[in-house]
Structure formats: structure tokens, C-alpha cells
Design a protein around this ligand. Sequence first.
Ligand code: VGL
Ligand code: ZN
Length: 213
Amino acid sequence: MAAIRPTHTDALVVVDVQNDFCEGGPLAVPDGSAVVPLLNALGRRFPVVVLTQDWHTPGHVSFATSHGRDAFGTIELGYGTQVLWPDHCVQGSAGADFHADLDLPHAQMIVRKGFHADVDSYSAFREADRTTATGLKGYLAERGVSRVFVAGLATDFCVLWTALDARQAGFDVVVIEDACRAIDMNGSLDAAFAAMDEAGVARVRAADIEAHE
Ligand code: VGL
Ligand code: ZN
């Protein structure tokens, strides 16, 4: 896919570019802050921009410390297998703030997710119970958006689940590959690309996207 020129029916969803996922954070995504300048430039090419913000309660169910366990293991919860993470993106903490250099002042919507103490939400559309909606589908539909571009952190978790749920919600979906960075644990990045391909999620490079009219 080459030379995409976004219109008002295209939205850029910038996923979780927050301090805790960047260098020095408890859940730092390797090279995570490298997406910031790319996203600052990309965002200017989209008339519709949405930011997502991981936004957990203290003692959230996705935190290893809440279960007296080591991080990066898994547990079984009522809604399925949950990866256990270091404490991150606690509501109102500095770690939950957007990266200080993220400069997208025209972004119109911030979707917070993972705010229920007992349910995680990688996806910006639907929580990990796979039933509780965030409202983003309705927001985008009401604004007349038909195609969703996804970028940010992390390719193999929140970007992946957001892209898959956008497809399920009926949007055309495009992941901007070089404007994402991955956690990549136990082959999760290869699995993520396979799942995107299977779901009909297109993948492009930031350079394929031109300025909007
Ligand atoms: C994320 C793990 C836990 C992400 C959020 O933004 O990809 N990953 N919470
Ligand atoms: Zn999280």
C-alpha cells in the first residue's frame, strides 16, 4: 500500500505512549520513545486523532504484585489467561502521563482503559472480559470514521488488540509498523503479525502516509 492521504473518515489511534512504557519505566518497551517523533509528524497528517492511556487502579488485577507473584508469568482469571505485569500506569501517577515530548495538541479524544480493578484492557475498544465496551467504537462511528490507523506501544499487546477489535467493530484497519515498538516475549511479536494478517489488518510504513488536504 503506497501514498495514503488521510481524510476526515480516517482516524489515527495513538496507543499508550506513556512514561511507564518508555525507557526508565517499570514496563519499558525496548526503544519505546523512538515512536514519539514519528507520531508527532504522523499525527499532523490526520484530521482525527485519538490517544489511548493505560489507566489502572492501584493493586490492579494485571499487576504481579497483586498476586504475590513474579512479573511476566500468567494466571487464570474468570475471563481467561492474564499476563502479570510490573505495576504500571497507575491512575494519576507520573508514570501514567503521556511522554513529555509527545506533541499532538489537536488530538480530540483520550480513551482511558484498564480502569476496572478486576479487568485488564489491552484493547482501546473492549476490555479483557471481551464484553465491556470502552465507547471508542461509538465515538468513531458518530464522527463518520471508517478507517482506523493504529500506532504506538506495544505492537504485540495494546496495538495488536486495538487493531483486532477495530476490525471486529467493522472498521478498515491499518497498523503503522515503524511507529510501533514491541515487548516481544515468548514469540509474541511474530504471533501478533500473524494474527493481524489473519484478521485482515493492513500494515504500512509511516512514509506511506501523506499530508491530508
Ligand atoms: C500494555 C501490557 C500491559 C501495552 C499495557 O500498552 O501494550 N502492555 N498494559
Ligand atoms: Zn496495562
